[in-house]
Design a protein around this ligand. Structure first.
Ligand code: NCD
Length: 359
């Protein structure tokens, strides 16, 4: 595989994704064939933000491949608390490890880390921006349980503004055919502008609605998400929206028999516990597929040669206006932008340059 870093699902072609999925399927069928695949390899997990599934599943994945893991789950226990920059932390740990897995509350953190790393970097979630390995988990779940992803009607429900799993999934699904998106959210929590532009550029069929029940009978997949409390700058906005969607067994009466109810987890109250026993509820299986697809990814990336990154120019010129962008903390980063149409977007967080996050 050509993939070096996994920052965004866009880093993969569909053929590369399919090869990774095939390797995941082989691991699921015969896990004992892979117990030495990463023997002697070491992963470093830098988790600047809380995590259960992602951190544990990456650890379990590496251990099951015969490798080892070190890192932190709380940056306050490391020199980050003394003010160390991301660049210095990454340069140092890339000398200790064969692959870096990073989660951060800052959007674009994994992209920034990859600029300075000698070893592959995997984005395990960067603020409200992207979460490509959750997307791999989601695609694995759908493919294993439905046979294929093409042609499905997918309902994305909840906090579509701040939910990084949703943003990643929408981007990834541009590589598939005939997907219909039902974007179900309160108006103030609808998808961000850069995702809307992405969907338009990629001609992705979508409709935005506020009522879950109205679209339930259309759906092949219902992807529930939590209202992302930690991303709200205005606590009142959170209070207005908490508990807005609660899926119950009764609501599922109108759904297709082969519907997949998915959730990246953790759930708060958006899926009632009485749904758990419905055969359509696959979120715990989904979490387990997450470990297998991360095994496939690590098997590939942790076995690559160390390679010095290209020299990085110093930053400090034009700045992104998004207060959650990694360039806000890490002042030395080069001001990378990409142009779509007439507009420049920050290459770290995807916000239009000059645009504020709270639009
Ligand atoms: C998600 C995340 O961290 O974005 N969790 C996960 O990784 N499975 C979803 C969430 O926190 O709501």
């Amino acid at each position: 595989m050509l993939l070096r870093n996994l920052v965004d699902f866009e880093d993969l072609t569909r053929a590369e994704w399919e090869a990774l999925y095939e390797s995941c399927s082989r691991i699921i069928e015969r896990p004992s064939d892979f117990i030495d695949t990463c023997r002697g390899k070491v992963a470093c997990n830098l988790f600047y933000e809380p995590s259960t599934r992602t951190n544990f599943s990456f650890q379990a994945a590496m251990l099951r491949l015969g490798g080892s893991v070190f890192g932190f789950a709380d940056p306050n226990s490391s020199s980050v608390a003394k003010g160390e920059t991301l660049k210095d932390t990454v340069k140092m740990v890339s000398g200790y490890s064969d692959v870096i897995v990073i989660r951060s509350p800052r959007e674009g953190a994994a992209k920034a880390a990859a600029l300075y790393s000698n070893v592959p970097v995997i984005n395990a979630g960067d603020g409200g921006h992207m979460h490509p390995t959750q997307t791999m988990t989601d695609l694995t779940t759908i493919t294993r349980l439905r046979g294929s992803v093409d042609g499905l009607s997918i309902g994305l429900c909840g906090d579509l503004k701040n939910g990084r799993t949703v943003h990643s999934l929408i981007k990834a699904l541009a590589k598939f055919e005939g997907i219909k998106f039902y974007l179900i959210s309160p108006r103030e929590l609808s998808v961000p502008e850069y995702i809307r532009i992405f969907m338009k550029e990629n001609r992705q069929w979508n409709v935005e609605v506020t009522n879950l029940d109205a679209v339930m009978p259309q759906l092949d997949v219902l992807y529930m998400t939590r209202i992302q409390r930690e991303r709200f700058t205005d606590p009142l906005e959170y209070e207005r929206n908490r508990g807005v969607y609660i899926l119950t067994k009764r609501k599922l009466e109108r759904a297709k028999e082969r519907l997949l109810v998915m959730h990246p987890l953790p759930r708060v109250d958006e899926i009632a516990p009485d749904v758990d026993d419905d055969p359509r509820a696959v979120y715990f299986q989904q979490a387990q597929f997450g470990m297998y697809i991360r095994m496939a990814l690590l098997a590939d990336l942790a076995n690559q040669e160390k390679k010095a990154p290209a020299p990085v120019p110093m930053g400090g010129h034009r700045r992104c206006g998004n207060p959650s962008c990694i360039t806000k903390d890490e002042w030395y980063l080069p001001p990378l932008t990409k142009r779509i149409g007439e507009v420049d977007y920050c290459a770290y967080c995807d916000k239009a340059v000059g645009e504020r996050a709270e639009q």
